[in-house]
Write a protein that binds this ligand. Structure first.
Ligand code: PLP
Length: 393
């Protein structure tokens, strides 16, 4: 029995385990310090009441023979695909229902979509970014090339930084960890570039719901030509607090034809072979999220996180610390003061202010010297954390 040797090439993922260990040791040594966590990328507010009501009703459906549901369609129930289709109408994007594939969240599809592509493709990944893109491609033995985010490009790398033929291009906008968002013009350059190079864009829209500036695109399909070159992977995790409930969706346009294969048909085949759908109960909850009432209730939570992001960004501004994000994303990405490394600044904040953040170096080499603060917390905690930061910096 031979193993997939590429797994041995993965670097151990120390980031969140090291943060957790350091934070636990600090709390044990300083039990009265009221250590505050601004490092997490997980939501903290409860689900929208309409989602709870819908899931409760769906549980009751399962207890009655007439409404009981067994296996559902692998691609998602029509009632959910319909409301997602309608959500995109609100973005001026027309989708066919069979271009929408409901799944159990963005992380799974980010990895699973790679089943469709040959090993020898060149993969382009922004640095810094959500680490799952890199690891999923290392597991598949692919060549990965990084496009660098930096202060000059506002952590929004553009194609002119590339010197290999791109085949698979990952994009994340709003970006985790930087909170930077591509403009329409920038996305158009990427779309044209992908078409010119017969490349496919995997567009991670997990944070689209945080975009408040109407001039910024919330879907790659708002860009002309994207249907010929892009897949969009979206999630209800941050939009509706579904990180623990698990639901997302992936949009695969019919026009995606590469190398003799239709990507929509291939993904359908992949899903019907290896996936048996998201639970009926969860899909009923997700359906409720997309009703006007659901959107309104989720927006209350999103607005609360964004008010926190604003407090964090304002504090960085007051302290004259270089930063991006926090305007259309729940993360603020800042340059570590006094040229500290990411981990030295992590230790400094923990020891001096009893605050846990996330070292930028955990998201890629270009994250070194930077730091992520998350708005997923209560207003009280964020306000107190910013008071402490002002005190120690
Ligand atoms: N994509 C990005 C950029 C993320 O930051 C995350 C989670 O934090 C995910 C995807 C995973 O989302 P999901 O909960 O839908 O799997």
């Amino acid at each position: 029995m031979k193993i997939n040797q590429y797994f041995l090439e993965l670097k151990d993922s120390y980031l969140f385990s090291t943060i957790a260990k350091k934070a636990a040791a600090h709390i044990e040594a300083n039990p009265n310090a009221q250590t505050l966590r601004l490092g997490i990328g997980d939501v903290t507010r409860p689900l929208a009441p309409v989602a709870i009501a819908a899931m409760t009703a769906a549980v009751a459906d399962m207890g009655v023979a007439a409404t009981f549901k067994g296996y559902g369609p692998e691609q998602g129930y029509p009632f959910l695909r319909d409301v997602i289709q309608n959500y995109y109408v609100g973005k001026d994007v027309t989708l066919a229902a069979d271009e929408i594939f409901v799944g159990d969240g963005a992380k799974s599809d980010i990895g699973n979509i790679l089943d469709l592509f040959a090993k020898e493709n060149n993969v382009i990944i922004p640095d810094p970014v959500y680490p799952a893109y890199l690891d999923a491609n290392i597991m598949a033995g692919r060549n990965v090339y990084f496009i660098d985010g930096n202060e000059e490009n506002g952590f929004l790398p553009m194609p002119n930084a590339l010197d290999v033929k791109p085949d698979i291009i990952y994009m994340c906008s709003p970006n985790n960890p930087t909170g930077s968002v591509y403009t329409r013009e920038q996305l158009k350059i990427w779309v044209d570039y992908a078409i010119e190079n017969s490349a496919i864009i995997l567009f991670d829209a997990a944070y689209e719901c945080f975009i408040t500036d109407p001039s910024l695109p919330t879907s790659i399909f708002e860009i002309e030509g994207a249907r010929k070159c892009a897949i969009e992977i979206a999630s209800m995790s941050k939009m509706a607090g579904f990180t623990g409930v698990r639901c997302g969706y992936t949009i695969v346009p019919h026009e995606l034809n590469f190398d003799g294969g239709n990507i929509n048909k291939m993904w359908n085949r992949r899903q019907t072979t290896k996936f048996n759908g998201v639970s009926y109960i969860v899909q009923r909850g997700a359906e409720a999220v997309f009703t006007p009432k659901g959107i309104e209730q989720c927006k209350e939570n999103i607005d609360a996180y964004m008010a926190n992001a604003q407090i964090i960004a304002q504090t960085m501004k007051d302290l004259n610390i270089w930063h991006v994000g926090g305007k259309n994303a729940p993360y603020v990405w800042l340059k570590c003061p006094n040229n500290l490394s990411s981990w030295d600044f992590f230790d400094f904040l923990l020891e001096k202010a009893n605050i846990v953040g996330t070292p930028g170096a955990g998201f890629g080499a270009k994250g070194e010297g930077y730091f992520r603060l998350s708005a997923f917390n209560s207003k009280e905690n964020v306000t107190e954390a910013m008071r402490r930061i002002k005190e120690v910096l």
